[in-house]
Write a protein that binds this ligand. Structure first.
Ligand code: AMP
Ligand code: GLY
Length: 424
């Protein structure tokens, strides 16, 4: 079967790597792709926001499956338009994608079905939002509704910061004028991924991201600075609890609303002393969590994705290598703020030839025959090992082989799990 993958980041390079290895995949196209996907698939210049153009491409190239990496095309209804044209799509339709696209939509489902999440209020009126802040005090969390690429969330430790965040949202800084204000949850954060065909749920391996830019989890939030799988904090009992109390009721709710969710559902959890609580849903794989999941997946990814589309997820299973996978995100200096583009990256071949190492491209471009940085998060240096310590050592050994003075990365990816391995 011919497959079209949509997206251009490190997540998509990792997905392309797994899809290209599938015995079911004849030709793999990536729109638009990046220099990493170019090595294993055909990058194509199809305008993803032009759904008619995507459909025409699928018809011309006899595409049997479209896999959507990022959330924006799903929230924009690409899966709906593909379905109308009779083309299979891994990824939810517009209505179900609101689980990521609208925090208020998700919060309301949680409230209706008793799904554990932070207590919250939803506001379209600034005065009412400010009054709620005064009533609840800090610490408190303020979120712009709608897609804000991770930038619309403020964890306010004092009331002045909370008020400033509300003012920002109602000044239209994030495009809308609606916000969710929620209780601050204390605990370790974990990412939980489940495949679903709308009815059945198949949990994937666990992973943990590192959201803050600096070592020791300091500095501003980012899209993710590194990840590893499995996440030892997500014990089998906690996975079961998250599946039964959070994910399954959500899948059932959407099915009952007549809008079954097809694809991967990513639950961002905080493991509180009262059990896992939902902080957000995403309608896609996490980036960089996807990179470590793909490194550990033993079964065929395309088979699993087709089972989601065909409603046969109860007939398949997902097995994982026992190895730990760990990825270090190399960023252009300045990230998560403004970054300089165009700096040259050398030494990628030597680094990716190291044992157990895969380098996924995230924000790179090819200039003549040279790889240059073209975004904030640029490379995902990923390694397998028998334990977190070994995977981490291999990943950083590969990082150190890469010659890119303008880049930086955290030096402590995996610290929580290593502390656990050392019995601390
Ligand atoms: P979100 O975009 O909703 O995932 O929020 C971004 C980050 O803010 C999360 O990864 C958490 O670190 C933090 N966060 C979000 N909601 C809460 C909450 N209710 N309590 C504590 N931290 C939160
Ligand atoms: N790694 C966090 C995310 O993909 O949203």
């Amino acid at each position: 079967m011919n497959i079209l993958l949509i997206g251009s980041g490190g997540r998509e390079h990792a997905l392309a790597w797994a899809i290209a290895a599938s015995p079911l995949c004849e030709r793999l196209f990536v729109a638009p792709g990046n220099p990493g996907t170019h090595q294993i698939a055909r990058n194509v210049d199809v305008k993803v926001t032009d759904h008619a153009a995507v459909i025409a491409f699928c018809q011309d190239e006899s595409i049997g499956l479209v896999v959507v990496g990022p959330e924006a095309p799903l929230v924009a209804g690409l899966a709906d338009d593909l379905a109308k044209a009779g083309i299979k799509c891994f990824g939810p339709r517009k209505y179900a994608a609101q689980l990521e696209g609208s925090k208020g939509f998700t919060k309301d489902i949680c409230a209706r079905h008793g799904i554990p999440t932070a207590a919250y209020g939803r506001f379209t009126d600034k005065a009412a939002a400010l009054a709620y802040l005064d009533q609840h005090g800090a610490p408190i969390v303020i979120k712009a509704d709608g897609l804000a690429a991770g930038k619309g969330v403020t964890v306010a430790m004092d009331i002045a910061a909370a008020r400033a965040a509300v003012e920002d949202i109602f000044s239209g800084k994030f495009g809308g004028a609606e916000c969710v204000i929620e209780e601050f949850l204390e605990g370790e954060e974990a990412s939980f991924f489940v495949l679903t065909d709308g009815r059945n749920a198949l949990p994937l391996a666990t992973a943990q991201d590192h959201k803050r830019v600096g070592d020791g989890d300091t500095g501003p939030n980012t899209g993710g600075m590194g990840a590893y799988s499995p996440a030892p904090c997500m014990t089998p009992a906690l996975c079961d609890e998250a599946l039964e109390k959070i994910v399954k009721p959500t899948i059932r709710a959407l099915q009952d609303m007549g809008h079954p969710y097809v694809g991967v559902l990513y639950a961002g959890l905080i493991l509180t002393k009262d059990g896992p609580k939902l902080i957000e849903y995403n309608c896609r794989f996490g980036d960089p969590e996807c990179q470590v999941l793909m490194m550990r997946l033993k079964d065929d990814l395309v088979t699993l994705m087709l089972a989601c589309c065909d409603g046969t997820l109860d007939k398949v299973s997902a097995r994982w290598f026992d190895d730990v996978a760990l990825t270090v995100v190399m960023c252009a200096s300045g990230y998560p703020g403004d970054v300089e583009k165009g700096s040259e990256i050398r030494g990628l071949e030597g680094a990716s030839a190291m044992e157990g190492v895969e380098i996924f491209h995230a924000g790179t471009a090819a200039r003549n025959s040279v790889i240059v940085a073209s975004g904030g998060r640029v490379l995902n240096v990923t390694a397998r090992g028998r334990n977190v310590r070994e995977a981490q050592a291999r990943a950083y050994a590969a990082v150190d082989r890469i010659d890119w003075p303008e880049g930086f990365c955290r030096r402590d990816i995996g610290w929580r799990a290593i502390a656990r391995e050392s019995g601390q």
